[in-house]
Design a protein around this ligand. Sequence first.
Ligand code: SER
Length: 412
Amino acid sequence: MTSKEIRQSFLEFFKERGHTIVPSAPVIPYDDQTLLFTNAGMNQFKDVFLGTGKRDYVRVADSQKCIRVSGKHNDLEEVGRDTYHHTFFEMLGNWSFGDYYKKEAIEWAWELLTKVWGLEKQRLYATVYESDDEAFEFWKKVTDIDSSHVLRFGKKDNFWEMGETGPCGPCSEIHIDMTPDYSGARLVNAGDPRVMEIWNLVFIQYDRDAQGNLTPLPAKHVDTGMGFERMVAILSGVDSNYKTDVFIPILDTIANITDQPYFDDSRGVPHRVVADHVRCLTFAIGDGAMPSNEGRGYVIRRILRRAVLYGKRLGMDSPFIYQLVDKVIEQLGAAFPDVAPRRDFIKRIIHGEEGRFHQTLDRGLDMLRSSLDALENQDTPVLSGQRAFELYDTFGFPLDLTQILARERGVT
Ligand code: SER
């Protein structure tokens, strides 16, 4: 199955079970001051969970554009180095607003994974919150999962919260063991790419307030989220999201533009970072975020600058990331129709920001070089913290780059 078919088959499955299919919300949660970016599919339904809003349906499913680069859910440093974290990703989800609850959520998740998509049952593990006997029993009663594969974990792993405040509740996650010899039981929740979480079924029942208190909600709800790019990798039989049709066309385009071939190993980190980040930038800017010096805009600026720095490792000393926007839109424009009409605007913003950062880098490099030259004849040369700070604070030159370049010249 292609990634497009996988997205479609998820939505069809839940449509057949009475769910209304809705469009993704923007990646900017305009109505919610508690978040910088949409970090989960449930964000757009927060008011329904809290009992302050209503929809025309009680069962709903979608593919939500998500960004996890700030606050409670932040994957930025993992991106490009590992095979399955992204700044921008799609979350496939189904929801019940006070309608079905744990039994159906578990039963249908199992049915989709094992019957429709044919995942091997012996590879699947289910985790439940330590005191959630009900979910524990449903796994055994309504599915044919190996009962030794149902595990209990504490709050850190099995109690889901969207942010510091808001709707939350115990959750039951499904993990897949991709070890060749099915030995992954110990690796569930251990941060090992061979045993990944693929789907989170949250049983929303509380609201957490700013003082940290939990208040039971007027009704109980289901909120599920599946990492789309991970599922595409699994169903494509590959061990990395970057080896799927979600990323290959973007990686190929990067290799063409930069004239640097892509490799699956650590040599490919720069390509992977750029491929990940351009997806994020395209949708963030498309949905209304602008690079700036504070808040959301600063996060966008940092992501763009991170992409430029990795682009430099591919020999790119002038703007090129903006050219990749066309490829992102070619792939995702049909699933998220808001983005294509904003193509030119997105490209213009990225191009301008890339150009300015290259100028900043060039100027900073000149200044750093002359500081390092001045230390040339010292026995144990040290670049002062004050100078490194000034380069960063006044001239926007990244500290880690100062450190790397100083080290290359034998300077502490
Ligand atoms: N809100 C949960 C999550 O993001 C399930 O959708 O994991």
